[in-house]
Design a protein around this ligand. Structure first.
Ligand SMILES: [Zn+2]
Length: 118
């Protein structure tokens, strides 16, 4: 448990440092909605306490659909985004998953229809 905790802290520290840098680069504006964000670290993560909607969070942009794909193979472009945008983007991604896909994921072998032979 000690090791796990320590590595988690290192990862968090690294992320926080990158988020701070991104926050400076973007002038404190959300990458998506350009709102003024609260500086990272101004909200202490606690159970049951929701972060402010404009809190700066660490987000990554999926370059899968970018024409530049291939130049940065396997890389994500990291951006600072407000908590609200980060949260909503995540939810939209989930909803965008086709229902058939979700069924396949949750139930590996649904009841085959009549005449199903393979
Ligand atoms: Zn935003």
């Amino acid at each position: 448990m000690k090791d796990r905790r320590r590595s988690g802290e290192n990862w968090t520290q690294k992320k926080r440092r990158q988020l701070n840098a991104l926050f400076q680069i973007q002038g404190g504006k959300c990458f998506w909605c350009k709102c003024d964000m609260l500086p990272p670290g101004s909200h202490e993560n606690r159970r049951g306490v929701k972060p402010p909607l404009n809190l700066a969070t660490y987000d990554h942009m999926d370059d899968r659909h970018s024409p530049e794909r291939g130049k940065h193979a396997g890389e994500f472009r990291n951006v600072a985004a407000c908590w609200k945008c980060n949260f909503e983007r995540g939810r939209q991604g989930h909803l965008a998953t086709p229902i058939e896909q979700r069924r396949t994921d949750s139930k590996r072998h649904p009841t085959p229809p009549d005449g199903w032979s393979r």
